[in-house]
Design a protein around this ligand. Sequence first.
Ligand code: ZN
Length: 642
Amino acid sequence: MSNIDEIKTRIDIVDLVSETVQLRRSGKNYTGFCPFHENTRTPAFVVFPESGTWRCFGQCNEGGDIFKFVMKKESWDFSEALRFLAERAGIELKPPTPEEQATAEEHDSLRELLESAVTFYRHNLFNTPAGAPALEYLRKQRGLRDETIEAFGLGYALNSYDAATQHFRSKNYKEEDLLAAGLVSERDSGGVYDRFRNRVMFPIRDERGRMTGFGARILNPEDVPKFLNSPQTVLFDKGHLLYGLDRARKSIRLQDQAVIVEGYLDVIAVHQAGYTNVVSPMGTALTEHQLYMLKRFTRRIVLALDPDAAGDKATLRGLQLARQTLDRESDPVFDARGLLGYEARLQADIRVSTLPGDLDPDEVVNRDPQEWQRIIDTARPIVVHVMETLAAGHDLDDPKIKNEIAAQVLPLIEDVPSSIERDTYLQQLARLLRVDERALLDARTGIVRTRTYRRRSGRQVPADGPAKSVVAALVQSGYNQEAHCLGVLLRRPSLLYQVDRRLQEDGLSRLLPEDFQHADHQAIFRLLHESVDQDMAEPLNYVLSGLSLQMMELADGLLARTENLDPVEDRVLEDLMRSLLDLRKRNLRQEDEYIKYLMEDAQEKGDIKITQYQQTMVQHSKIRGLIDRAIGKYTSHSINTR
Ligand SMILES: [Zn+2]
């Protein structure tokens, strides 16, 4: 038995949860008020002792085992929860191997060195004449109070090639330690020199507050680069850190919202103004990993972008063009498509707000702290943001412009997994451009058709051109759509019967694991199917108890997607039918793409299989006809007639 299983056996989930939540027995299970969200009247929090799981059926829509409960309660990661629960269960975790021990010790000593660097730079800032201009800059130009400067541990690197090197040598640190910590750089001629010179120093800590490295900003406007981070070290990895998260994580969880700004000084200024749920990436575009880190504390994420970044037409197109700017610490790339992908995969709610005029966050809060809140409150979904930004300042009566905007926004809308949301965005776009939704849908089909045609005709296309992207796009949006359908079914397992009946009435096969292309989805669907065929446990509970930890996370995510299901069962069923039929159509289309490819190949080689492929295509088109007829039934307004 693994340590994890052993801990689960030894710790009674009811005991553990009872320490925080007052539980009442109801049948085999226990209910109470959820400790993770503001409760009103109905206890929506359930503990299932048999499976050792819990779930909030209210606002959070989250659940899991004892580990998940402790992680959520304490904002810990898995290994922290593991340590805590192991101790409680009286289980000694496997001692680290000598190599692990050595690595841990090396990391600890590097952190110690970096802590000592924080002290050194801080001393320079507050207690040396050379640091006075830096301090003046932070106080006067940036409006930072001394207690803020202290709290964030800001400092100053002297204008010298060896001040830091000498200082740490005198404390018996070796050159290789200084190099490993990223404090010095190596000379070509041998030896080392201070990496940071005449700069304001920002200690960068991990989410647990441990030192990882520094960010450094120039004081002399002539110096380049304007911002310089520690190099990649064993502790400092730009894509895996968020500035300010150690100080923000509590607020983020309490407020159930994280705000992302673009620079260290912005984080500090906004914190000083009392908004402590703010973090920033490390001067690079946001990574999926960073969002994943935030998602442990909240699903609701707002990007507070300055208008340049948010409105840059080039980046809106999703091209990887870094913005050329000398006056910001970062070169943010607002990649709408990438963000939508993250949003769907992480089941996050990512919104965008644009700062007014040419103001930076710190200027906004210094002008009027309340304005900050208003800006964050009016953040819009990514698709809407793109739509409105593209439209701003353009003559929308010009058909060319309408066309251009539609061409950019439609692929984004295609990426949205929920058919209800997709329809809403389409309507919004139609209203904005003052065109008929039907015209937009035609335009959308047109895009796909052109791409397919080009692939078949074998014309030269760009590296990441239509040939690959049409299939890739189908796979990606298929994933989201699968997840949406599964989420609905997990929430309302009884709909499975009705779905099967309706499919069969329309001459189609009932729902099969093969309708889901992704292995994890298939596994969940199989369990779901079993769950409605047994009567030992609640279907959802049956599914959850059959899942491994990782799969539990996935199921959680699926449930989260369908948090706000329409209370009217019929409408949910209708949406589900449409999505499932649409999914089948997509899968057929994808298969056809492959078959076409195989046919071309076969034709070239004079392969006999070609008739077989043709038959399959004919069969597909028959099924497609049936699907289209069925879709017609679940279509109440013109927008869905495809
Ligand atoms: Zn809850």
